[in-house]
Design a binder for this molecule. Structure first.
Ligand code: GDP
Length: 460
């Protein structure tokens, strides 16, 4: 257990609910809460007399004055979230009452916790590695079933296990290499290059696989970036509304939405779609600009998937062709919208212009929506994202560490191929070991740790 100050924070959301939780952690947690925890008559109750992992009923008192009726959960370290002694006070919901109790604790000597400080302590006390600590935040922010599943895997230690297995291979090689360099008479390096070359190949393969999966990791976390492209009036906004209406219960607003692109999150099945609609582009004198070529190009640059929308009640135009060619490199579908009107544009006419699947659609009747959703699910989830046993690194910091690992391993590989002396690549091997260590927080500087936990929410 650490000898740090005892900290406290309101752990529940600041919006009014029926119950709120104040979390207290540290060596003095039991005795400090005891100073304000009383029986019904206002007699102080010493929490140290109770067994760990029990719930006690009582009242919070400020001197003679009764503040609230509460339950307290007692958890002695190391069997607690922070691995320290933890007391959770379950009081009546409401921000004001929580604040009164928190202030009372502070007046007794508790320090108000910083955001993420409980999780940081869990990490510093060795209960979680850094990848697990980051997963705590991901679990909270998960917006879809797949994202949640992946974060839970990471929280259970899946990333740590993988990284530790890779590190142990490097550690053995470095240890052997150093021993041999120290004692060349007794330890031979004869077959070493060959052996290590095999190991490095394996490590590079594994690292590359994890890096390749990072893009799917981003899709899991942020959603499939889906751009809705088409000239004005074909029904892009209507399509967006149609998709949102169908999934209304689970739609969230995306902050940072600009005036010329509308961005919305929508969950389809167990997947998150991050929809980007270029509908706000205004017509101008300039014809090229009227379809917002620049804006569309820019949006397409970020797209995992494109929905090209055409108006089936009109002939195909130059602008439509332009959008086809702009989006030809991206995976996607073509929606032939407004099929509820008398149809002038038939699927057969566009078949030769695109490799994308063509779906007859109507944003008014909702025809084709199911097919669209199925297609997206098929292309992204069934083909790209395996939900069992695959590890998807979703965190940018961890991804960066993987890139550094790959670079060092690549150098080792080159050195071996060029027949360089062993002591030279021992350094690069050690670098790879340390880069991998950053992912789980074994080799990381204090200021980076500070930065990571600052992004956490209060009370976590
Ligand atoms: P955008 O400029 O591409 O975003 O197009 P809008 O979504 O604003 O639609 C332009 C017009 O077409 C509006 O008057 C819509 O009501 C209409 N519209 C959109 N989709 C359909 C559809 O499937 N059927 C019919 N009949 N009208 C539609």
């Amino acid at each position: 257990m650490s000898d740090q100050e005892t900290i406290a924070a309101i752990a529940t959301s600041s919006q009014n609910g029926s119950i709120s939780v104040i979390r207290v952690s540290g060596e003095e947690a039991f005795s400090l809460v005891s100073q304000i925890f009383c029986d019904g008559k206002g007699n102080p109750m010493n929490l140290n007399q109770f067994q760990t992992h029990t719930i006690q009923y009582g009242f919070i008192y400020d001197g003679e004055k009764r503040i609230d009726e509460v339950l307290v959960l007692l958890m002695r370290g190391p069997r607690s979230y922070t691995a320290e002694d933890v007391v959770e006070i379950h009081c009546h919901g409401g921000h004001y009452i929580c604040q009164v109790i928190l202030n009372l604790l502070i007046s007794k000597g508790v320090r108000a916790a910083e955001p993420g400080e409980f999780t940081k302590r869990a990490f510093l006390n060795g209960r979680l590695d850094l990848s697990q600590a980051e997963a705590v935040m991901d679990v909270i922010q998960s917006k879809s079933e797949i994202a949640l599943e992946n974060s839970i895997q990471q929280l259970k230690g899946a990333v740590r296990k993988k990284i530790e297995s890779l590190r142990s291979i490097i550690l053995e090689d470095v240890a052997y290499l150093e021993a041999a360099l120290d004692d060349p008479e007794h330890i031979s390096l004869d077959d070493f290059s060959e052996n290590i070359a095999g190991h490095v190949e394996h490590l590079l393969r594994e690292t590359n696989h994890l890096i390749e999966n990072c893009n799917n990791g981003r899709i899991i976390r942020e959603g499939i970036h889906t751009v809705i492209a088409g000239k004005p009036n074909v029904g892009k906004s209507s399509l967006l509304n149609c998709m949102l209406r169908e999934n209304r219960a689970i739609v969230t607003d995306v902050p940072g939405t600009t005036r010329d692109t509308l961005e919305e999150d929508v969950v389809i099945g167990n997947t998150l779609l991050h929809l980007i609609d270029t509908a706000g582009i205004h017509e101008t004198e300039n014809k090229v600009e009227s379809i917002g070529i620049e804006k569309t190009k820019e949006s397409l640059g970020k797209a995992d998937f494109v929905i090209v929308v055409l108006d089936a009640s009109e002939e195909l135009s130059e602008e439509d062709r332009e959008i086809f060619s702009l989006s030809s490199e991206r995976p996607g579908v073509v929606l032939l919208n407004k099929t509820d009107l008398s149809q002038k544009l038939m699927p057969e006419e566009i078949q030769s212009l695109t490799k994308k699947e063509i779906i007859s659609f109507s944003a008014v009747t909702g025809e084709g929506l199911e097919q669209l959703e199925e297609t997206i699910n098929q292309q992204f989830i069934e083909q790209k994202i395996e939900t069992n046993n695959e590890l998807y690194i979703t965190n940018a910091r961890q991804k960066e560490a993987l890139f550094q690992t790959r670079e060092s391993l690549q150098k080792v590989k080159e050195s071996i191929e060029l027949g360089m002396p062993e002591d030279l690549y021992a350094i690069d091997l050690t670098d790879a070991y340390e880069s991998l260590g950053k992912i789980i927080g074994e080799t990381i500087e204090e200021d980076i740790i500070e930065k990571i936990f600052k992004d956490f929410c209060m009370g976590k």
